[in-house]
Design a protein around this ligand. Sequence first.
Ligand code: ADP
Ligand code: MG
Length: 251
Amino acid sequence: MEPGKHIVVGSGPAVMVQLENAHKVYMTGLVPVRALAGVNLNVAKGEFLAIMGPSGCGKSTLLNLIGAIDRPSTGRVRVAGVDLLGLSDDDLSDFRRDRIGFVHQFYNLIASLTAAENVELPLSFKGIAAAERAKRVEELLELVGLEDRASHTPSLLSGGEQQRVAIARALANHPDLILLDEPTGDLDITSGDAILDLLATLNREEGVTLILVTHNPLVAAWSARTIMMEDGRVVEKDGGPKPAPVKSEAA
Ligand SMILES: Nc1ncnc2c1ncn2[C@@H]1O[C@H](COP(=O)(O)OP(=O)(O)O)[C@@H](O)[C@H]1O
Ligand SMILES: [Mg+2]
């Protein structure tokens, strides 16, 4: 598909994500599991949103619907002005590749590929030429502080390093929406802060919309808005922006 096919003509939607009465029922086991029970959510373009809530409340399911990885059982999901239900599977995967950076809870790196090759993959899928790919991969690994780990396979990397590879891969095609599922679970607080600082900078300076799932209030404090989920529903939404977290100036 030509680049920009999904870009809405005009000034672009001020709303990046819009869920209307989204339900998700998994039929995989013996009994149906209701993972989402009517979620309504608007996320503005350029927003930094955190999603919190107990294990099993539907956070990953919600992120998968927003990230075009899965479809709702009923309800509507619009991202960047595009109704995801109206897209074919092929168009959905192009949309995902071109517009969304997804950092999975367990990273989903390819074990047989090096860090550099993992980061390169979305660029190859997009048909970027080899020389440009190499330059971008170098830039991305440097951005996440892993330039000296380029030729390591995931099994030779720590959990935190694997996560940084996943973040570099998510950033590869300059997405306008980045989704992170419990992103700093494995990182020590220092490198966690560095990664959050990087994400916050992308949000602030490049207007990238960020949605992150976390169980850690210190991580959620980096966002401008936090919502709480429970039993497949959004139970608490807070209002306006919060003050920025206190950070050491020396960093
Ligand atoms: N692929 C699946 N098949 C069946 N049930 C699932 C699947 N994915 C998630 N669930 C169930 O849906 C509910 C919500 O899961 P999830 O979205 O992963 O929650 P969270 O990320 O908040 O821990 C849980 O009860 C979980 O067991
Ligand atoms: Mg989860």
